[in-house]
Design a binder for this molecule. Structure first.
Ligand SMILES: [Mn+2]
Length: 442
């Protein structure tokens, strides 16, 4: 039985906008959070101890992280070297660099010859000797079309055709690795990819462009005893036999991960069998507080009450409130900042709900048929500001529809020598203050 700790999508150095500078260290608190959480994973690997650590890719937000971020990452992984725990670092899409082979930020571990460290920047099988016996790890880093296809092969083809072609190439290349496996030894596929059955997490927003999805049929094969994935930030088990698992990211990268549990996997693998446990990590909470103040008589009190009862201390908080423009000055900003000060960091997003932006009237929806005059009546019945002239407007509309000029001419233009009979039923006499009604109409 080989004991494995499988973690993924560290993204160390991202989400700084959700943190603040720690005056004691000069570092962004979100970097400190990520380092602490990674530290908890490494602590567990050493405390067990596990026989092997598998990292599923996306170490940093990009391939050229600043030195202090690289150093924070290295100082955690270097503890595995001291503990003599073999480690495989897979290259994810965020780690790839256009210059040179594979991920520049991770290949340094190979260049330096860090003992026990393997960098997975190509499709390759690694035979690793652990304290509990040998294991085979096939590394499959993030694939781009240029990995397996040449330009003439992709030219003039649609995205779907290119993806099919890429799928075929991957099938053949993976088959080549599988045929060379020793069937007696447990085997893990460690891959950074999007499967066709995965549920999306934040990576939908992180990855630029539409990318390649790998069919589950390529992964869920009996030759693998465990399929360790990276890329999707939401933890999920896609297949039971063999287990195909995204552990998810170890920290929340942004608000799209607000409701997701974060953690890593502990896996006991032997040939034909794997037992797995998801180990949750106590990470910093993210919280969206949404308050609708459009119907509140005292918006300030309603808003503060919501914050005081719901705010999760030390969370990254996003407060959104809907308010009518005329009530905006009733919100005292300094009191609001004071109420939010228990948060780790917070942002405030007031949303002005204008009278004009009210929801569509159900009677006037696209699905219902209604006569123009009835439509106008319905509209006017909802417009409290037009009450005084509603009758005039209806009369004018009647005139427009019937073609009767006398009904829609502005009262100002009308000859004063007329009778109600001439105007027709329901009409009203010209107002003594026509200028005012005109103004209201504008
Ligand atoms: Mn990724």
């Amino acid at each position: 039985m080989v004991k494995i700790l499988h973690l993924s999508d560290i993204h160390m150095g991202s989400g700084f906008s959700h943190g603040r500078v720690n005056p004691e260290t000069g570092l962004n608190t979100r970097l400190e959070d990520f380092v602490r959480t990674l530290g908890v994973c490494i602590d567990r690997a050493i405390a067990e101890p596990v026989d092997l650590v598998l990292f599923g890719g996306d170490a940093f937000p990009d391939a050229t992280p600043p030195p202090f971020v690289q150093q924070a990452f290295a100082s955690q992984f270097c503890r595995l070297v001291d503990a003599e725990i073999p480690t495989v670092l897979l290259v994810g899409n965020h780690d790839q660099h256009t210059q040179g082979q594979g991920g520049a930020s991770l290949c340094i571990y190979r260049t330096l010859g860090v003992p026990g460290f393997v960098v997975g920047d190509r499709l390759e099988t690694h035979s690793i000797q652990t304290r509990s016996g040998a294991i085979q790890v096939i590394t499959l880093p993030w694939l781009t079309r240029s990995t397996l296809l040449t330009r003439p092969e992709t030219e003039g083809r649609s995205l779907a055709e290119v993806n099919d072609l890429l799928s075929d190439r991957l099938r053949v290349a993976l088959e080549g690795e599988i045929r060379r496996l020793n069937p007696e030894i447990p085997t893990v596929l460690l891959a950074h990819l999007m499967t066709d059955t995965a549920r999306f997490g934040a990576e939908r927003f992180l990855a630029a462009g539409k990318s390649f999805t790998v069919p589950m049929a390529l992964l869920a094969r009996p030759c693998f005893d465990y399929v360790a994935l990276g890329h999707v930030h939401r933890h999920q088990i896609l297949c039971e036999q063999p287990p195909v698992v995204y552990p998810g990211s170890i920290e929340r990268v942004d608000f799209s991960e607000e409701l997701e549990d974060k953690g890593y996997m502990l896996v006991d693998v032997e040939r034909g069998k794997a037992e797995l446990t998801f180990c949750p990590l106590a990470v910093r909470p993210f919280q969206t507080l949404a308050v609708d103040l459009t119907a509140a008589t005292d918006p300030q009190t309603a808003l503060l009450a919501k914050i005081q009862t719901k705010l999760v201390p030390d969370a990254v908080v996003r407060l959104t409130y809907q308010i009518r423009p005329e009530h905006l000055d009733q919100i005292d900003q300094s009191t609001l900042h004071q109420a939010l000060s228990a948060a780790h960091t917070y942002t405030i997003h007031p949303e002005l709900v204008s009278q004009l932006a009210r929801p569509r009237l159900p009677e006037l929806g696209a699905g219902s048929a209604i006569e123009p005059l009835e439509a106008l009546k319905t509209y006017l019945s909802y417009q409290s500001g037009l009450e005084d002239i509603a009758a005039d407007m209806l009369t004018a509309a009647q005139g427009l529809l019937s073609g009767d000029r006398t009904l829609w001419l502005n009262p100002l233009d009308l000859d004063q020598d007329f009778t109600s009979a001439e105007l027709g039923a329901g009409a009203i006499a010209p107002t003594s203050e026509p200028a005012e009604s005109q103004l209201r109409l504008l």
